[in-house]
Design a protein around this ligand. Structure first.
Ligand code: CP
Length: 339
């Protein structure tokens, strides 16, 4: 694919070579993301960070990624704080914000809304999540993390055995990650969900049509015994008709250290796009896993900065200039607490 000047709306834009290109550029961003060097390559550029739905890590890491490349960030959060609450259309909002920005990151609760916005934008738009549809940058950072984790254990994405657990119907991260995985070889995907929250049939069929194995189950313990990755997800309460309906499924699958020890292979990597629902009635990924070295959830969030830096550098066509605009770091950058 041609990255320069393109919108990033769906993982369907990416073939295997494109994914590998993003990952190579993400690797090259490590010195800047880890504060060993500074680059000012995007000095003067502005990111419009438009989050019309709650977010912590996607919104902040998009902003950090742009800042780490030397750019500035202007943002709005929540429909209630934007003129959309006064009846402004996505078309008008896109025309306005793209006049203020060089690239836009956007999250919106309605599937397809980011694509609609992008059609009216005068600058590239990156999808930060549109309803239950897609979350392409999350999928890229998840797959980047999977690659690092399995490589560390002597494996590769080809031949990966992965279980996705929880709300596979409304969870946009698992939709996007499944479609990305389809670009690789011999993936064995186990979909663990209640019958009502199963992975959409078209995604299952897409994987099978490309030669991958997909198994569906509603039982977690008996299905996580032979996987490289156990990828847990939150019940997407905001996509249900009511909290009561979401409560029917909340807490159905709880992974903790005792279950992990009893049922998983010793090196199974535990992932989650976050936020994990840590309320007692859910507790889908127990805090007693926090000291488990195979818990990769905070490596995922760290990697999100690298991957989002890579996408901005590719879309704004500055990959070859990043080191030309670099400088030493002038403040204390010793080990971070806990490292
Ligand atoms: N994973 C993810 O999208 O997290 P946020 O909702 O905090 O952005």
């Amino acid at each position: 694919m041609e990255f320069a000047g393109s919108h990033i709306l769906s993982v369907e834009q990416f073939g295997r070579a494109d994914i590998e290109r993003v990952f190579d550029v993400a690797d090259s961003m490590a010195p800047y993301a880890h504060r060993r060097k500074i680059t000012r390559v995007l000095e003067g550029a502005i990111l419009g960070n438009m989050f019309f739905e709650p977010s912590t890590r996607t919104r902040v890491s998009f902003g950090c990624a742009f800042n780490l490349l030397g750019g500035e960030v202007r943002e709005t959060t929540g429909i209630e704080n934007s003129a959309i609450a006064k009846g402004e259309s996505l078309y008008d909002t896109a025309r306005v914000i793209s006049g203020y920005s060089d690239v836009i990151a956007m999250r919106h609760p309605v599937a397809g809304s980011v694509k609609e916005f992008a059609a009216a934008s005068r600058v590239p738009v990156v999808n930060g999540g549109d309803g239950a549809n897609e979350h392409p940058t999350q999928a890229l950072l998840d797959l980047y993390t999977i690659g690092k984790e399995v490589q560390h254990r002597g494996g590769s994405i080809d031949g990966l055995r992965i279980a996705m657990i929880g709300d596979l119907r409304f969870g946009r991260t698992v939709h996007s990650l499944s479609k990305l995985l389809a670009n690789f070889d011999r993936v064995h995907l186990t979909c663990i969900a209640p019958a009502e929250l199963r992975m959409p049939g078209e995604i299952v069929e897409h994987l099978r049509a490309r030669g991958h194995t997909v198994v569906e189950s509603d039982a977690m313990e008996s299905s996580i015994g032979h996987v490289d990755i156990a990828y847990s997800t939150r019940i997407q309460e905001e996509r249900f008709a009511s909290r009561e309906e979401a409560n029917l499924y909340r807490g159905r699958y709880r992974l903790n250290q005792a279950i992990y020890t009893q049922y998983c292979e010793p090196n199974t990597v535990i992932m989650h796009p976050l936020p994990r629902d840590s309320r007692a009635e859910a507790n889908e990924l127990d805090p007693d896993l926090n000291e488990n070295p195979n818990l990769a959830i905070f490596r995922q969030t760290d990697n999100g900065v690298l991957v989002r830096m890579a996408l901005f550098a590719l879309v704004l066509d500055v990959v070859h200039l990043v080191d030309r605009y670099e400088a030493p770091v002038s403040w204390y950058t010793g080990k971070r607490f806990g490292e």
